[in-house]
Design a protein around this ligand. Structure first.
Ligand SMILES: *[C@@H]1O[C@H](CO)[C@@H](O)[C@H](O)[C@H]1NC(C)=O
Length: 425
């Protein structure tokens, strides 16, 4: 049978039209069902704190503005809401370039007045001290610049770090400070006071209800549970520490973020999202692994990857490695609670808490298709995975003792401390 060209065109037209109708229908139904699930989950009221004992930990550098406007009042309120006998606030700041110390001194005074247990350390050591201090004999936590590079000094001037000059790595430095923040946990233990949960807070905008919802993730049954964080909404911020259920970095920085189907499907239902690692501005840990016990004399602590690995121009966040090292991660899981969203300023917080369900119907429709396209066309991740994988295998061949349990945390970067912040080398 010969179909005339006119009829052929007609059939083609029909096919295109019905595909379009199907596409629109499919997307509409998908958006509606996702919206219904998200609205239902978001409508649950935050459960009360009960009698849990909570150790609040945070680390600060040059964040005076958000502290004064949001963070200090929010932490004071949170500590009061948890209840005097059930909370400890441990804060460390060092070398800020603004009056962060002043803002934290105010918090210190307020907590003292309220009779809330706390330790606020305002360290005079600056980044300049850190980068000019003498290295120890084996250069632990230091690397050599792989090439000469310029960094911004201020709006007009630059400074240079020469190839092969020694510089401190950013991550071991941060890990050391975080472990310092944890010291009062152990000091309290010697007084017979132990905590159920450890809540790490970045300098974010949050409410007591956000913390209550986060703590109640999976009825409190988790190794760790994290919020989602936003600096410039709708763009998700903390991709350095976030790894999905399969250990992949986020596929996109917009909703629905994840490459792993397990992680994505949970997000689409507004349920706690199984991940390998997260931090995201606010994270709560089961406190037990951090304690020194007879079976684990040192307890869980923050660390960086070995210098010998970092030398190959890879890095990993201390906030990711801690999940890789946590013996509870495998047993109880690490979860992102998508109903808890924090922002690095008021604008970002408002953007993910506006009236109605977050995200919008439009963001859901475009998001699910963008995610599909990026996955189907393999537009993300493959190159970094390959480059990092090659460097890791090369390093593992270096010695039988060389193993990194946090391999999924690795990225293709070298991060160094600068006198006025940090930079890539
Ligand atoms: C919040 O931060 C974003 C990103 O840095 C910025 O564009 C915005 O202007 C900030 N909002 C306020 C109120 O400072």
């Amino acid at each position: 049978m010969i179909i005339r060209p006119r009829v052929q065109r007609l059939i083609l037209n029909r096919i295109i039209k019905s595909s379009l109708v199907l596409f629109v229908l499919w997307t509409t139904l998908e958006v509606l069902s996702i919206r219904r699930a998200l609205t239902f989950e978001a409508s649950k009221p935050p459960p009360p704190f009960g009698n849990q004992k909570i150790f609040i930990a945070s680390l600060h550098w040059t964040d005076e503005r958000v502290l004064r406007e949001y963070w200090v009042p929010a932490v004071r309120q949170l500590a009061q809401d948890i209840g005097r006998g059930n909370v400890f606030v441990s804060v460390l700041e060092s070398g800020s370039l603004d009056d962060t110390k002043g803002a934290l001194r105010d918090l210190d005074d307020q907590l003292t007045e309220l009779g809330i247990d706390h330790r606020v350390v305002l360290d005079e050591t600056t980044h300049l001290d850190e980068v000019t201090q003498a290295r120890d004999a084996n250069n632990k936590g230091w690397v050599q610049m792989p090439a000469t590079k310029s960094y911004r000094q201020n709006w007009t001037d630059w400074f240079e770090l020469q190839k092969d000059s020694w510089v401190p790595r950013r991550i071991p430095y941060l890990a050391r400070l975080r472990n310092q923040v944890m010291e009062p946990l152990h000091q309290q233990q010697t007084k017979g006071i132990t905590y159920d949960k450890i809540l790490w807070l970045n300098d974010v905008v949050f409410t007591t209800a956000d913390v209550q919802t986060l703590l109640a993730t999976r009825e409190g049954d988790y190794a760790a549970a994290c919020a989602l964080d936003f600096k410039q909404a709708p763009h998700f911020y903390d991709s350095f520490a976030t790894r999905d259920a399969q250990g992949h970095a986020p596929l996109t920085d917009t909703w629905p973020f994840f490459r792993s189907a397990r992680s994505r499907n949970a997000l689409l239902r507004g349920q706690p999202i199984p991940v390998a690692s997260c931090w995201n501005g606010m994270v709560v840990f089961d406190a037990q692994p951090f304690y020194h016990t007879r079976s684990s004399s040192s307890g869980l602590a923050f660390r960086g990857i070995p210098d010998t690995l970092a030398r190959k121009h890879v890095e990993a966040s201390e906030c990711c490695l801690v999940h890789a090292d946590n013996p509870l991660s495998a047993a109880k899981g690490v979860w992102v609670n998508p109903n808890v969203r924090v922002g690095y300023n008021g604008t970002a917080y408002e953007a993910v808490h506006h009236a109605g369900t977050w995200p919008s119907a439009y963001a859901i429709a475009t998001g699910v298709w963008r995610n599909r396209l990026v996955r189907w066309l393999r537009l993300a991740g493959a190159r970094v995975d390959r480059v990092v994988g090659e460097k890791l295998r090369e390093w593992e061949r270096g010695g039988p003792a060389d193993a990194e349990p946090g391999a999924f945390c690795l990225i293709d970067e070298m991060q160094v401390l600068l006198w006025n912040g940090w930079g890539h080398a």
